[in-house]
Design a binder for this molecule. Structure first.
Ligand code: SAM
Length: 249
């Protein structure tokens, strides 16, 4: 479970809200049960439940844990908003695999409408999904889910990354592995780096968008000979990046 830094004290932690209800009602937790709690930053501990109330669980720290489950290659997945609840799938699965951040964006062929008024609720839900997936996969940190960007907004955000790849199914030159080779070779041992993976909509990127992405410094990469669904491509590319940089398996 994740708690805020203020709820993570020297000898105890306080869990409130949905998590407290989850421990009490769903997990049927009772005093004496053990849990792992993190402040989403640097502190993590094995704790033992002392008391359970409807809105609050208090637990004592049994043992601080120093397990780092985060990948040193920090991958952000930028996903052109897919239809239905597929963005939720992307966030859930890519959090398990190890993404540190999600940037939904709107491109020329994005099918879904983006209603700024309703977006607050959707964003809230995406962030909840990231938190739950982070808990379930024992992440130390909850990946961030950013406000959806326009295509132009996304292009202007490329600067802070060591490598930006956009997945392009018509790419018949450079495959993702080719792009990762020089990147991995220049990485100092133990060094961290920021990578951005950009995935297009169901209808793919327009030609104009591929030109603009090239101009903005992104590398066009293929993910093999098969066409993946928009919600699958990010998971596949993320797995490849972490695998090739020695962060998986
Ligand atoms: N409209 C395209 C078509 O029918 O050929 C397919 C687009 S695909 C369903 C959605 C997105 O997934 C693409 O924009 C791309 O970013 C990514 N993608 C899917 N398969 C890919 C592959 N083999 N190589 C690179 N990117 C791929």
């Amino acid at each position: 479970y994740f708690v805020s830094a203020e709820q993570f004290n020297e000898h105890s932690v306080v869990i409130t809200g949905d998590d407290a209800r989850h421990i009490g009602k769903v997990m049927r937790g009772k005093p004496g049960d053990k849990l792992i709690v993190s402040d989403g930053n640097s502190k993590e501990a094995l704790v033992e439940i002392e008391s359970i109330e409807a809105q609050q669980v208090t637990a004592n720290i049994v043992e601080p844990l120093e397990m780092d489950h985060e990948a040193r290659i920090r991958v952000t997945v930028a996903q052109s908003l897919p239809k239905g609840d597929k963005m939720e799938t992307v966030i859930q699965r890519c959090t398990e695999i190890g993404a540190v951040s999600f940037v939904p964006f709107l491109s020329e062929r994005t099918i879904v409408q983006y209603d700024a008024k309703k977006e607050g609720k959707r964003l809230e839900r995406w962030r909840k999904i990231a938190k739950e997936a982070a808990e379930q996969s024992h992440r130390n940190r909850i990946p961030s889910v950013e406000q959806p960007l326009s295509w132009k907004g996304l292009l202007s955000s490329f600067e802070g990354y060591s490598l930006v790849c956009y997945c392009y199914e018509k790419e018949n030159g450079k495959q993702l592995r080719d792009a990762l080779k020089p990147f991995v070779e220049q990485l100092a041992p133990g060094a961290s780096a920021e990578v951005l993976i950009v995935v297009g909509p169901e209808g793919g990127f327009s030609e104009r968008e591929t030109i603009e992405a090239d101009q903005a410094g992104a590398v066009s990469v293929g993910l093999g000979k098969r066409i993946l669904r928009a919600e699958t491509a990010g998971m596949a590319a993320l797995t490849c990046v972490l695998y090739e940089s020695g962060e998986m398996g």
